[in-house]
Design a protein around this ligand. Structure first.
Ligand code: URA
Length: 195
């Protein structure tokens, strides 16, 4: 199967997914979007209000900031792949529960295997914890790991994982802004490295 066919299959499964409770409250699933050949994959937490309406990831205020961060490292949004840990919006934007993360992340794993990105940027605590847990790294707090570059074999693929803040956190706390920008420069440098 081609990468497009594999991704289409994942998306159609997400559309009818009933593995956890979240579909009941959501208007639209938000499977993820972007370039299937992307070198950079960005992984957020969960769709919010705007994403739920649009069925697309990061289209609200956090998304606008993310777009600026992406263009700040000379990439276009269409060149990267953007996904989330859970694919349906949790009610009132609450944090995803452990069983919801467990139910949903098989889709994310398959997306990673289709895209085979060179760099994964994990945005925020949930996605950082999940991705680093897969390489047996326990994350106690995001501040201890953000901006570090973990060169790992994830799902059998060589990848550099760079954890950073969630863009929404920066909307509430401007102090994180420069850290997020610095981390994106690290992402740029990593992408510029010859393979
Ligand atoms: N926050 C996320 O984590 N993901 C989105 O898609 C939007 C906001």
């Amino acid at each position: 199967m081609s990468n497009q066919e594999l991704m289409d299959e994942i998306v159609s499964e997400v559309r009818v997914c009933r593995k956890c409770r979240l579909w009941q409250y959501a208007r639209n699933p938000v499977p993820g979007e972007g370039n299937l050949e992307a070198s950079l994959m960005l992984i957020g937490e969960a769709p919010g209000y705007r994403e739920d309406l649009a069925g697309r990831p990061f289209v609200g205020n956090a998304g606008k900031l993310l777009d600026r961060l992406i263009s700040g490292i000379n990439l276009r949004r269409e060149e990267v792949y953007i996904s989330n840990i859970v694919k349906h919006r949790p009610p009132k934007n609450r944090e995803p529960k452990t069983d919801e993360v467990e139910a949903c992340t098989a889709y994310l794993d398959r997306q990673i295997q289709v895209i085979r990105p060179r760099v994964i940027a994990t945005l925020g605590k949930h996605s950082t914890k999940y991705i680093l847990s897969k390489v047996n790294i326990e994350v106690r707090g995001l501040t201890a790991v953000r901006g570090l570059a973990y060169k790992e074999k994830l799902l059998g693929l060589p990848v550099t994982v760079i954890p950073t803040f969630h863009p929404a956190a920066v909307l509430y706390n401007l102090a994180y802004r420069s850290g997020l920008e610095e981390d994106f420069q690290k992402i740029r440098k990593e992408l510029e490295k010859k393979t």
